[in-house]
Design a protein around this ligand. Structure first.
Ligand code: MG
Length: 250
């Protein structure tokens, strides 16, 4: 099932997307999903980021291929950092390069969307706390990442967390192709089978110390092939079995 968040007129709602039609659901998707039989054409609604995370927890160096590319060893434990909720944007929203940033990079990632509050859950139980998956772009000011020891602005500036276009609830994420296309040209591609830590491992590990809330996103890391974006570019993050998240660069 594909869960969207959308605006129509002045109303914002969650819905289920089925064959270019959106059915509004009651409330949020976190306490059971109930349709209302109120339908809209997909072309009539504006898709928003599919969830409202209290935080995005991103994982660094989580693909063997990317660790090789940057000549780093894969971490023994997941390397976490935060991206604030204020950095989240939806599909088709503009990524804005902050003033002073010299190199703005894309990073194609699979995003895990939490469905239920999770504190100290085991790996065996972890998947019960996952609502589904979405495409995520871990936009990075690479020059700032190199000069700052904390990555708050390098990873957390406004518009640095494109998320969407929807949440796929029925994906088995064990072997999913994750790709980045810059102006239609493929720049990154890898299977999640190359991940160092998988979804269950990440949810469990993070939840030992940080409570995850419904709508929170875990950005699972990027494969090899990272690179810069220029103003006027269009960046697309494609995750097999989910869809394509497309954002222009302002
Ligand atoms: Mg990343």
């Amino acid at each position: 099932m594909k869960i969207v968040r959308y605006r129509i007129g002045k109303k914002v709602a969650y819905g289920i997307l089925k064959e270019n039609r959106v059915e509004r659901i009651v409330g949020t998707p976190y306490r059971g999903i109930r349709g209302t039989k109120e339908y809209h054409k997909l072309s009539e609604v504006k898709l928003l980021a599919p969830c409202l995370p209290t935080k995005v927890i991103a994982i660094g160096l989580n693909y063997y291929s990317h660790a090789r590319e940057v000549k780093m060893e894969v971490p023994k434990e997941p390397l976490m950092f935060f991206k604030p909720s204020s950095s989240v944007i939806g599909p088709e929203e503009k990524i804005v390069r902050p003033q002073g940033c010299q190199r703005l990079d894309y990073e194609a990632e699979l995003g895990v969307v939490i469905g239920k509050q999770a504190t100290r859950v085991s790996q065996a139980e972890a998947m019960k706390y996952v609502l589904g998956y979405t495409c995520f772009n871990d936009v990075t000011a690479r020059d700032w990442q190199k000069i700052d020891s904390q990555w708050a602005r390098a990873k957390g500036s406004d518009t640095f967390s494109p998320t969407g276009p929807w949440i796929e609830t029925e994906l088995d994420a064990g072997n999913v192709m994750v790709e980045a296309y810059l102006n239609g040209e493929r720049k990154q591609h890898a299977s999640t089978s190359d991940l160092v830590f998988n979804t269950a491992a990440l949810v469990s590990y993070i939840s030992q110390v940080i409570t995850l809330f419904p709508g929170d996103v875990i950005a699972t890391g990027t494969p090899a092939g990272i690179g810069p974006m220029q103003s006027g570019d269009v960046i697309e993050i494609k995750c097999e079995g989910i869809g394509t998240l497309r954002n222009p660069v302002a």
